[in-house]
Design a protein around this ligand. Structure first.
Ligand SMILES: Nc1ncnc2c1ncn2[C@@H]1O[C@H](COP(=O)(O)OP(=O)(O)O)[C@@H](O)[C@H]1O
Ligand SMILES: [Mg+2]
Length: 259
């Protein structure tokens, strides 16, 4: 339905979060259009991480509302949000370090809890077909992420950038509608950064909406349709990268930083 698809996938409305006397988020509001890659920028201490944690359900807002895909999800837990199609990545990879890349993907591709129980009731042929599907989905992702040459290496032995790719792959296996990325470029070498940017554009084409916090401005410019700038817990500007770069309020909020 046209009216439904025009509704933003995420709406943040008047969100506040106090930590003792610190007003970390002070009435922030913005929308993430469906199918967009939206960047969340702002100087250190602006409240970006706190707002991300609120959207992802890991901390509660002091007040305000979050709407996800037509549902009021204010205060819901991360697992409840995952069921509605929201997935986040963490700055430190959460996969199992002692497993190989392929094993990590196969584990997450298995998906729904309770699947192990199902096996008891399924005939052998069906179980084998499901196993083959899981392995083939894991291999597809390994190839898409250019990790085939390290597919059988333990995750703990990968470079920082490769670990980020595994983390991204793990998130994608949940088939998210909205993906929250927390500084995906931190610690990634420039060549891999370009590859990761191209990959994010490709997954957006498949219909995944992305909200990303990132300090790397060339990356933001490469992939974001629009950016939201946060300062002192409030949204101070929204628009295309070039629009916000020319915005004087944004420039003075950054005071001499390289935006
Ligand atoms: N758990 C916390 N307890 C107390 N203060 C916090 C906590 N988390 C964040 N803050 C404060 O809230 C403000 C915003 O922090 P943060 O959301 O991390 O900003 P950003 O990610 O934009 O750098 C900062 O002043 C920070 O010190
Ligand atoms: Mg932060």
């Amino acid at each position: 339905m046209a009216s439904e698809s025009a509704e933003p996938i995420l709406t943040v409305e008047g969100v506040h979060r106090l930590f003792g006397g610190v007003h970390a988020v002070a009435g922030a509001g913005f929308q993430v259009p469906r199918g967009s890659i939206t960047g969340l920028l702002g100087p250190n201490g602006a409240g970006k991480t706190t707002l991300f944690n609120i959207i992802a359900g890991s901390i509660r807002p002091s007040s305000g509302r979050i709407r996800l895909d037509g549902h009021d999800v204010t205060g819901r837990r991360p697992d409840q949000l995952a069921a509605l199609g929201l997935t986040r990545t963490f700055q430190l990879a959460r996969g199992l370090p002692e497993l190989t890349v392929l094993e990590n993907f196969a584990l997450y591709a298995k998906g729904q809890p309770g699947e192990a129980l199902w096996r008891l009731f399924l005939n052998h042929g069906a179980v084998r077909r499901r196993e083959e599907e899981v392995i083939s989905e894991a291999w597809d992702l390994v190839r898409q992420l250019n990790l085939a040459h390290v597919a059988n290496n333990r995750s703990s032995d990968l470079s920082g950038g490769q670990k980020k790719l595994v983390e991204l792959g793990r998130a994608l296996l949940g088939h998210p509608k909205l993906l929250l990325l927390d500084e995906p470029m931190a610690g990634v070498n420039p060549a891999l950064a370009v590859e990761l940017g191209a990959y994010l554009l490709a997954i957006r084409k498949r219909g995944v909406t992305i909200l990303v916090i990132e300090h790397n401005m060339s990356f933001i410019r490469q992939i974001c349709d629009r950016v939201v700038v946060l300062a002192s817990g409030k949204v101070i500007a929204e628009g295309t990268f070039d629009e916000i770069r020319a915005n004087e309020t944004v420039q003075s909020a950054y005071l001499g930083s390289s935006l």
